[in-house]
Ligand binder design. Structure first.
Ligand code: HSE
Length: 437
């Protein structure tokens, strides 16, 4: 009887930089599931070194024989470390470490959104030069495996659009405003109490976090060099209960959407509170959940839904990347092929075409509505529907939804409308997603 045994594979050594929330989750899963991971990775994976800022700090995670130190740069440079996992966050020293490891040919797994959004091009170049793998599933949308889907599973498509709810904090706030009638401040305070929002919530509520994620996703989806600073960004701080109620009256919900759409003249790239039809798959994404919806020319509509942050969801993405890196090393693959990226012009906001919602407060007197619609008509903006909210009150709220119009036309119409004697205030302007008309 003759049987073949698989050759004994040498253990691959992992160096972990950072043992915070995500890092401790990664260490926990590596130890807990070592046997399963070894099968999936084609051989043992051993966490040998962990670098932290403060080794004295008490940590719940049991590291056993792992070497705990402070010198992350030494791990990046150590030729015995096969896979460097960077979960420390921030730009420096993470940027230098990742670069150094890639240049020496080590595979790097990173969960660092800012780093990838701001220095992705530099790191991809280092990976190419070092013939190494740069794995970044955990850097965007936590546990949702969208990086793999965009870079591997959907390569047979031309994508027509990518739309995401990629910030859990703002989705939680908007959900509470919608379902429980809280105003923005109260919902934010609740999100802070629950640990979703930071003490300084700016990065989330003003859309910076979502813009960084959109830059990474759009780069992958459209093989484009995308600068996060070029993403048009609006936050949710100005959303009122009036807007939430108007959205419901119109059969919509308000979501902070991150949208990327290629056009012949450039890439539309924007983050902002947006009205979404209640029957759209993104409308049902509630609380702190995230989802990314893509429209492919071959696959059609597709949505991935899940936890966009958190210890184990993000560790899940890191572990998948570690297994991919290990499989590449076992097969002698230097790194995954990185699609060549081209610079793409970002479409100026003025050229965006959308449907719009306005809330305009006016004195309730004859001719007010006519004056507004006359100005809209003169600027080529066609009204799809209008609701008058409040009667015999001063002022009343006129809520409009337009057919698709160019942002520049809408803005110049609104400037003129703001100057009409009957108009007290343009209280809100939001873009409305939906089927093209
Ligand atoms: N603060 C982010 C969110 C998670 O609320 O989704 C980290 O990107």
């Amino acid at each position: 009887m003759f049987c073949m045994l698989a050759p004994m594979q040498r253990p691959l050594r992992i160096g972990l930089c950072g043992l915070g929330n995500v890092g401790s989750g990664v260490a926990e899963l590596l130890v807990r599931d070592s046997a399963t991971l070894a099968k999936r990775a084609g051989g043992p994976l051993v966490l040998t070194h962990v670098a932290v800022r403060d080794p004295q700090r008490l940590r719940e995670v049991k590291l056993g024989e792992v070497h705990l130190g402070t010198d992350a740069a030494a791990l990046a440079a150590d030729p015995d470390i096969d896979i460097l996992v960077e979960v420390m966050g921030g730009i420096e020293p993470a940027r230098s470490l990742v670069r150094m490891a890639l240049l020496r040919g080590a595979h790097v797994v990173t969960a660092n959104k800012e780093l990838v959004a701001r220095h992705g091009a530099e790191l991809r170049a280092a990976a190419l030069q070092g013939k190494a793998g740069l794995h970044l599933e955990a850097a965007v949308a936590g546990g949702i495996p969208i990086v793999k889907v965009l870079s591997e599973s959907l390569t047979g498509n031309r994508l027509k659009a990518l739309m995401g709810i990629v910030n859990g904090t703002t989705n939680y706030i908007l959900t509470r405003m919608t379902r429980s009638g809280l105003d923005f401040r109260a919902a934010l305070a609740e999100a802070q109490q629950l640990g979703y929002a930071e003490a300084d919530p700016t990065a989330d509520v003003d859309g910076h976090d979502a813009a960084s994620k959109l830059a990474i996703l759009a780069g992958l989806a459209f093989d484009a060099e995308v600068d996060a600073a070029a993403v048009h960004r609006e936050g949710i701080g100005g959303i009122t209960q009036g807007d939430i109620a108007a959205a419901a009256d119109l059969g919509h919900v308000i979501k902070l959407l991150a949208i990327a759409r290629p056009h012949p003249t450039g890439l539309e790239l924007r983050v902002g509170p947006t009205m979404v039809p209640a029957d759209h798959p993104l409308a049902g994404v509630s609380d702190a959940f995230n989802a990314v919806f893509v429209e492919g020319d071959a696959v059609g509509d597709l949505m991935l839904y899940g936890r966009g942050a958190g210890r184990l969801p993000t560790a899940s993405a890191v572990l998948a990347d570690i297994v991919d890196a290990a499989q590449d090393i076992r097969r002698g693959v230097a790194g995954r092929l990185l699609a060549a990226r081209r610079p793409m012009r970002v479409l100026p906001l003025a050229d965006v075409i959308s449907r719009y919602y306005f809330s305009i407060w006016v004195a309730d007197q004859p001719g007010a509505l006519g004056a507004i619609t006359t100005v809209l008509g003169r600027h080529g903006v066609s009204v799809e529907s209008m609701i008058q909210k409040g009667r015999r009150q001063e002022p009343i709220d006129l809520v409009f939804v337009t057919h698709t119009a160019r942002e520049s036309q809408v803005r110049s119409a609104l400037t003129e409308i703001a100057g009409l004697p009957q108009v007290a205030k343009i209280a809100q302007v939001l873009r409305v997603e939906g089927p093209p008309d």
